[in-house]
Design a protein around this ligand. Sequence first.
Ligand SMILES: *Cc1c(COP(=O)(O)O)cnc(C)c1O
Length: 385
Amino acid sequence: MEQTDPKINIPFNRPFIIGNELEYIQDAVLSGIISGNGKYTKKCQEFMEKYLPSPHMLLTTSCTDALEMSALICNIQPGDEVILPSFTYVSTANSFALRGAHLVFVEIREDTLNLDERLIEAKITKKTSAIVPVHYAGVACEMDMIMDMAAFYGLTVIEDAAQALAAKYKGRNLGTIGDFGTFSFHETKNIICGEGGAISINNQKYRATADIVWEKGTNKREFSQGDVDKYEWLKLGSSFLPSDILAAFLYAQLENIEKIINRRQQIFERYHRALLPLERKGLLKVPSVPPECEISYHLFYLMLNDSQTRNALLHYLQSQGIMAIFHYIPLHSSPYGSRYGFKRDQLPITVRISERILRLPFYYELSEQDQDLIIDTIETFFINY
Ligand SMILES: *Cc1c(COP(=O)(O)O)cnc(C)c1O
């Protein structure tokens, strides 16, 4: 494993504890209930409902699960077409592919790396049932246009807000604008519990179904609330509830959300300030944030001029003990994704971006000293390149 290599000093990510994580876990364990939908699950859901605000939140075991839940709730059927970017994490695609959906990839915008809203309409057919905008790096997709289009054609919108908790579009929190919004608390995200996620049910018509799908396709939630005297199998569902031990950890993190985002903003701005001069010299590009967006400061990427430079910088940083990484291998040209009939060259921006992007170490406890070391190392690379 690269992370245990003694030469490596700065990992790409490092999970952290910020408040009462361990106390709350102990409390959950001693309370005698550590399965799902316990005290801390409810606290997390209520916190997020108030914070976002969201009309209805359900905690899940991951954002992947939240996305899979959304596909079950809106009853995606084999052959239904789902529109999404190819430049995203596999879970965005898997969740709908699992239901037999036909995936229709859309090109991204060069400035935000989000799916290009102007190209969506041309992809809509009679079989289209959903659009899945992914808010890359917590920068909002053009939600006004996407929602208008979805309303006009009668489509469901599922926001993949895995990276976007606390980010806003025109003052509204991401994940609360579409019919559903999905969040991640994976240890690499801003707010963490190891593995975890949540789904915001924004469209009231899906609320009852969501509760049933969440509880393995049964009305156990109603039963737990004393509304019915037995629970039974009503729909297709699965086990989407995290243990209350994880929710206990998560609740301590949520209580510190402002502090976490503020620290991440400092890290982001420090990178941005220090590396902007390299952009002015034409050596790379730093992220730009559209004026109508407040971002979540989830990640910091550099866009190099070509793939050779990206790879050389990546290797140089790693040789100096700095674990920079890149992503995503475009889904449309990956071994499984190629079945959806896209040629590699069909989405040239996606391909070009994925070859030139580089992500720098970014975590809550990244020290200014380490950050300066990363910045100095990048500057040294360009002096010698
Ligand atoms: C991290 C991520 C996911 C998956 O989240 P998990 O909680 O690990 O399942 C999905 N989509 C995007 C865009 C992500 O960044």
